[in-house]
Design a protein around this ligand. Structure first.
Ligand code: FBP
Length: 701
């Protein structure tokens, strides 16, 4: 068709130059598809068997033992080359199989390689095997919506990010009916096994399905996925079995590249504080890793804040012979004060700009918010259960929700006042800004989890920071330090006596490189008064322009730019580390299946060490379960791991805080990690936090 408005369009569209640059596939994608990940040594063996590793010990949770009896006695299993003199093992290993795979939860870079690993291993063992992918997550199992995974499909997605091949979803298989539907789907496809690639909740699903499908002879294997990095497994004696989930490294590297670009921008025009909220539903692993990669000026770690102690408050109470329990833990108010301290300190050194990282899940660690989240989770779950209705559908607007809470606190709804929501809760909740109330009342996900990504955490915190900075400005405590040389040059140019003015204007004149205007000088009026009081000018005289200019430079204008790093990094292409990790997870999952395992999570031990030391294993899912509050009830789920404040990675971050805040003369200490590299050498081939945590500190050091 000819386009009359653009006469040259046909020519342009068909020009080889155009065709070369506008096609969907580029060199990078082709190189990714062609890349062959490294295989752990055991996978060069034609047949694999499992070696029980009884040296790893886990305490058995009673609830887990009673609910998951078929898989509770599983041990850690190491994949080892099988003896080649046993034809029976060989036949079983290489028999024709049908394997189902499902992605569950948020995408994470590397998922396609898990499929590729399973596919390649299954085809090598028996080319007649069938691999099916359930579409759109666990819902695909319930609706038996699947696709057969072919060589062509696998090759199209090798080493590429996302879960595009079979998509994902967050449906939970949490009722007898859903378990039965899953069973039917597996039976109708003649599946021998099902691989669930997911986070803590999805691996919980895997454990329950392994238990239920055992009698049908269907094996279920989990794979540790989540950019949050909160699937980390150690046995009870501290032996690390799974140092991180896949996708963590790639997402952290993607965030770090963008954040480090902001550091460059901030230190170029010196006018903004960039506030970067970084994903991680609860745990702050991503914030920690991104901080280690970029050296931003300020990083909040939720787990660390929860450990906060207000020593001044504690001492005051001690003097009265009391213990002030409110001194323990962080409140929103205290948090905003901590951030303000850092901002004021940097401003004093002439740096009224910077970059800070706020973990998405930080609210979980703030006393008053955590209480609200738990209470509201319970109220919403109770409402849904008692009335068999959906709370959010019944009360669509914020006003309707608030009215329900008000009625609950007065006992109008359930005939008596709620033990969970009382008048005090109602009062405190009503003090919060509407957007935050709305955030706390957002719909929970299918697992009953609070959806932190839906709340503008950074806005809540930064609004409080701005308010308090305003107070500090009024009190004359928040000032931009003036470089001595700048002051002297300005005075000299205006032929003014620098010493005389310096002593009147600054509180640290003579001592410091950066001069701080006295606290009582907070306006041109107070400036004039100070000059008059010291006899420098008379009432009818004007303040010299050069002095006004210096004063204006000392008045901070706090400007922020907020950014959310989450979905973008989650969709990034995998790093080489994640390409290798996930491919070997796929090979491991097949190795476990072909060796008869069920109720195990495929994992790679020694991830923190060189590739030669990587060790494919199976970890018993049932032994990773504990009781946790979900939808207002104690529920058996896989334990999430949060940032360990005794870990080397956190200790290093803590000891670098002052340096990276850089509230002193000189350049900041920003680090540029560069883009996610796939080709070429990189000095950083695994997460920095893993490298640091693997360093053994000798006793007595
Ligand atoms: P998974 O635990 O399922 O991997 O998802 C983690 C995550 O990326 C969190 O970091 C984030 O809070 C959440 O998913 C966002 O979920 P959604 O995609 O439903 O908005």
């Amino acid at each position: 068709m000819k386009c009359s408005t653009n006469p040259g369009i046909e020519y342009l569209l068909n020009h080889p130059g155009t065709l070369k640059v506008i096609q969907d596939t580029n060199k990078e994608t082709k190189a990714r598809r062609a890349f062959v990940p490294c295989r752990c040594r055991v996978f060069s063996s034609p047949v694999i068997s499992l070696e029980e590793q009884k040296k790893y010990y886990f305490h058995i949770n009673r609830e887990s033992a009673s609910i998951l009896p078929h898989i509770i006695h599983n041990n850690v299993q190491k994949l080892v080359p099988a003896r080649d003199d046993d034809p029976c093992i060989k036949d079983i290993f290489n028999r024709k199989r049908a394997i189902g795979i499902v992605f569950s939860g948020g995408p994470a870079p590397g998922g396609h390689n898990v499929i590729a690993g399973i596919f390649d291993a299954a085809m090598k063992a028996n080319p007649e095997s069938k691999i099916y992918g359930f579409i759109l997550g666990p819902n695909g199992i319930l609706e038996n919506h699947h696709v057969e995974i072919t060589q062509e499909l696998v090759d199209q997605y090798r080493n590429l990010g996302g879960f595009t091949m079979i998509k994902t979803g967050r449906t939970k298989i949490d009722s007898q009916q859903k378990v039965e539907l899953s069973r039917q789907a597996c039976i109708s496809l003649n599946l021998d096994s099902l691989v669930i690639v997911g986070g803590d909740d999805s691996n919980t699903n895997a454990a329950f399905l392994a238990q239920k499908l055992k009698d049908d002879g269907i094996q279920v294997i989990g794979v540790p996925k989540t950019i949050d990095g909160d699937i980390q497994v150690k046995d009870d004696n501290g032996h690390s079995l799974c140092a991180t989930s896949f996708g963590f490294h790639s997402a952290a590297r993607a965030f770090a590249q963008n954040i480090s670009n902001l550091c460059t921008d901030a230190s170029s025009d010196l006018k903004y504080w960039h506030v970067c909220k970084v994903m991680g539903r609860v745990a702050s692993h991503l914030a920690l890793e991104t901080a280690l990669q970029t050296h931003v000026n300020l990083t909040l770690i939720g787990e660390d804040l929860a450990d906060y102690v207000d020593h001044a408050r504690l001492t005051k109470a001690e003097e009265r012979g009391e213990v002030d329990y409110t001194a323990f833990g962080i409140t929103l108010r205290r948090l905003s004060r901590l951030i303000c301290d850092a901002i004021v300190k940097r401003a004093g050194a002439g740096k009224n700009y910077g970059v800070m990282i706020i973990p998405e899940g930080v609210l979980e660690f703030i006393n008053e918010i955590q209480i609200f989240i738990i209470k509201l989770n319970t109220i919403i779950a109770d409402y849904n259960q008692i009335h068999d209705l959906d709370f959010h559908a019944s009360f669509p607007s914020l006003d309707a929700k608030l009215e329900y809470l008000r009625r609950l606190s007065r006992g109008i709804t359930e005939k008596k006042a709620s033990p969970i929501w009382n008048a005090r809760d109602d009062e405190l909740f009503n003090d919060l800004p509407a957007f935050f109330q709305e955030g706390l009342l957002v719909e929970r996900d299918t697992h009953g989890n609070f959806q932190f990504s839906q709340v503008e955490t950074e806005k809540i915190i930064m609004d409080m920071v701005k308010d308090y900075l305003h107070i500090l400005k009024e009190k004359g405590e928040y000032k931009v330090g003036i470089h001595k040389e700048l002051f002297f040059n300005a005075m000299n140019r205006a032929c003014l006596d620098a010493d005389a003015y310096g002593k009147i204007l600054f509180r640290n004149y003579g001592d410091s490189l950066y001069l701080l205007v006295k606290k009582n000088i907070i306006s041109q009026k107070t400036l004039k008064k100070a000059l008059m009081d010291s006899g420098m000018i008379n009432e009818d005289e004007k303040i010299p322009d050069a002095v006004i200019d210096i004063y204006k430079k000392s008045v901070p204008n706090f400007k922020t730019q907020t950014h959310f790093y989450g979905y973008d990094g989650r969709g990034s292409n995998p790093t080489k580390f994640d390409c290798n990790y996930t491919y070997n997870l796929g090979l491991t999952a097949f190795g476990l299946i072909a060796s008869g395992a069920t109720g195990q999570m495929a994992a790679i031990r020694n991830l923190e060490h060189d590739f030669e030391q990587w060790e494919p294993i199976g970890i018993p899912l049932a032994k990773l379960m504990h009781l946790e509050e979900r939808k207002g009830r104690l529920t058996l789920v896989m334990e999430k791991s949060i940032v360990d404040l005794q870990s080397n990675a956190f200790i290093i971050l803590k000891s670098m805080r002052e340096k990276w805040l850089a509230a002193e003369h000189g350049e900041d200490h920003y680090r540029k990690p560069g883009p996610v590299r796939f080709r070429g050498d990189s000095e950083e081939d695994k997460p920095i936090s893993l490298v640091l945590n693997s360093i053994q500190v000798p006793e007595g050091q």
